[in-house]
Design a protein around this ligand. Structure first.
Ligand code: GAF
Length: 397
């Protein structure tokens, strides 16, 4: 059945205390503060961010906490409660893309991006409960918690919105994952009870009310247990295909394509042209779906009406963008058959989670139907939990 999102983050005081204690144990003294940044689930607008398009994420209740203190010996010392025994120490001046790698690359990349502000170095303890590799943006939660900490401690002139680029540079240039700004924007800028409507071209935002509980709805995240890694493989391929399609169409970005009819020049009869047409068609229709969902949420008190748009988004990711998996397709189809209002895969694709919009009274039925179908198909058991649009990055203590 559906397990509620219950974690230490439900109690910020406990979460902050745990991080502070773990910091003291690792570094022999108290941190200067504790910060938290959430993972995200995108309501709609997938792979549009690096095409200058629209996105509509909500923050998860799950966060990464960073306990941080400045040092004066020029070292960056990194410890993670999720990777016990892997203490990383490197001097600020020796930080370079890929060094350190692994989980430490995200906080180290943030320190690298702000290295002039922290020449004496920092000690960082991170602790979190955003499921990793599930399309829920655990990496942005990690980098944004550290970015906000360094801003508060050493770069007060930076606005929170400026940290989107700090965290993105950590991911793109240091870790080497060619992502857009969806995840960092969601983690830093989301507010409780709202979805964040973001135009990734001009960075304008609107907080769109999304009170699921009042509408008797639940947003169920179904983690299929299949992982992805955006630093390798398909994600970068899709990004290049989108750039090629924009170039062939003579537009700055696929955002500038007004409608599907304008994609006709891509259809030159070659297999390559057919692929580019499909990739670009996903982006053009997905941008339209974001605008449609925002319109519905602004106009109707019944968010269930966005369900069919979410399901259409899944079909587009599956058939045109070709980044779904058999597990994700199965979760989405089963949710629909069990009476969900809508369902789609979320995040970068090639694994990860699906999101299901469902009447609160049906959540358990839907979760059970997915469990049963996965068992029948011989897939590993999925993990389902309900989420509410939660708070963006903040200082806890
Ligand atoms: C990943 C990336 F990090 C985001 O920038 C975005 O492109 C997303 O995949 C797909 O919408 O999470």
């Amino acid at each position: 059945g559906a397990e509620r999102a219950r974690s230490r983050t439900d109690d910020p005081v406990t979460a902050a205390d745990a991080a502070r204690e773990a910091f003291a144990e690792a570094f022999g003294g108290p941190p200067e503060g504790v910060w938290a940044a959430p993972g995200r689930v995108n309501v709609i607008g997938e792979h549009t961010d690096y095409n200058d398009g629209f996105v509509l994420p909500v923050a998860l209740p799950h966060t990464t906490r960073a306990a941080v203190a400045r040092r004066d010996d020029g070292l960056v010392a990194l410890v993670s409660a999720q990777h016990p025994g892997e203490r990383v120490e490197v001097s600020v001046v020796e930080l370079a893309p890929g060094r350190p790698g692994g989980w430490a690359g995200y906080p180290a990349g943030v320190v690298h991006a702000l290295r002039e502000r922290v020449p004496g170095g920092v000690s960082v303890l991170v602790d979190g409960d955003v499921p990793a590799g599930m399309g829920l943006s655990s990496s942005a939660a990690l980098s944004c918690s550290v970015a906000l900490a360094l801003r508060d401690l050493a770069a007060p002139d930076l606005a929170v919105a400026d940290l989107v680029d700090v965290a993105r540079r950590a991911e793109n240039d240091f870790v080497g994952a060619p992502t857009g700004i969806l995840d960092q924007s969601a983690s830093l800028l989301c507010t409780p009870g709202h979805a964040l409507f973001l135009d990734t071209r001009d960075r304008s935002t609107e907080q769109v009310p999304l009170d699921l509980r009042a509408a008797g709805l639940e947003l169920l995240v179904v983690d299929t247990g299949t992982t992805h890694d955006h630093a390798t493989g398909g994600y970068g391929d899709r990004r290049r295909e989108c750039e090629q399609a924009a170039e062939r169409l003579g537009v700055r970005a696929l955002r500038d394509v007004p409608d599907v009819a304008a994609l006709a020049p891509l259809d030159d009869g070659t297999p390559e042209g057919t692929v580019l047409l499909k990739r670009a068609r996903h982006i053009v229709t997905e941008n339209a779906r974001v605008l449609e969902v925002v319109r519905i949420l602004r106009e109707t008190p019944d968010p269930a009406a966005i369900g069919p748009v979410l399901t259409a988004g899944h079909a587009s990711l599956r058939d045109d963008f070709e980044i779904s998996t058999v597990e994700l397709d199965t979760a989405v189809a089963t949710a629909r058959e069990a009476g969900a209002a809508g369902a789609r895969m979320v995040g970068g694709g090639f694994g990860g989670s699906a999101v299901v919009l469902v009447d609160a009274g049906r959540t358990d039925d839907v979760a059970r139907a997915i469990d049963d179908r996965f068992a029948q198909q011989g897939f590993p058991p999925p993990r389902a939990f309900a989420v509410v649009p939660s708070t963006g990055a903040r200082r806890l203590a």
